[in-house]
Design a protein. Sequence first.
Length: 280
Amino acid sequence: MHSYIDMAIAPPPDQAHRTEGIKLYGPDAFAGMRLAGQLTATCLDDVAALIAPGLPLAEIDAFVRDFAARHGARPATLDYDGYAYACCTSVNHVVCHGFPTAKKLRDCDIVNIDVTLVVDGWYGDSSRMYAVGTPKRAAQRLVQIAHEAMMRGIAAVRPEAHLGDIGHAIQSYAQTQRCSVVRDFCGHGIGRVFHDAPNILNFGKAGTGAALREGMIFTVEPMINLGRADVKTLADGWTAVTRDRSLSAQFEHSVGVTADGYEIFTLSPKGLHAPGIVLG
Ligand code: MF3
Ligand code: CO
Ligand code: CO
C-alpha cells in the first residue's frame, strides 16, 4: 500500500495520497526537488559560457558529465531507454532529443540544451534555448515566443485549476503569434522517477482534464515551431525534426503546485533564462 511514497515524503495529512493517479508530495519532496532543480539550473547557467560558433556539441555533453560528477549527481538521460548521452542538444529544426555529437555549432544557430540531473534520488529536468552568435530576427522571435508560452503555461498552475488550462494557455498564445505547437511530445510528472503521470499536454481546452492539487510535481515543456506542427523521427530512433524543416524552440521547467500557485524548481540562479536572447 502506498509504496510509491515513503514517510519521509508523506504529503500533508489532510491530503489524499493520490488524485486520479497523480502523486502528491510534501515539503521534504519539495526540498529535494529544489536541490535537484537548482543543480540542473546551475549546470545550464554554466553551459552558457561555452556556447560559441565552432563548439562541437560533444563538448556540451562532456561538460554536463563532468559537472554531474563534480556535484555527486547523475545525468538521468545516460542509458535511459538506450539513450547514450548526458544531455540532449537540439539545433535549429531539430525539435528535441538531438544527440550531442561531433557536429559543431555555427553562427546564427539556436540550440536547445536539455539536462536532467538526479540528486539524492530527485530528478531536476530543465531545458533552455541558447543563441549562437547573433541569430536572425525570426529565430530570436521564435525563442521569445517559446519562452513566453512556457511561462504562460506555468502561470496557469494552481490548486483547482485543470491540466487543460496549461495546454490552453500555451496553445492560445502560440497561435496568436502565428506559431504552431508540436503535439507529439508533452511534459510529464516527475519526482523520484524521470517520467511519471500525468502527461502535460501543450494544447487543450480550459477546464478539462484532472484538477491540479497542492503537492503535484511535473514539467512544463512546450515545443513551438515557426512553420507547421508536424514532426518526424530520424532513423537513429531519437532525433525529432520538423517535417517542413522550419525552426523549432523549446523551454522546460520542473514545477510544483503550491497552496496558492506554483514553485519553479529549475529557475536560473544567474537569470540566464535564454542565453544570448533578449526576452520581452
Ligand atoms: N529530458 C527530456 C524530457 O524533458 C527527456 C529526454 S529522454 C532522452 O523529458 F533519452 F532523450 F534523453
Ligand atoms: Co521533461
Ligand atoms: Co528535459
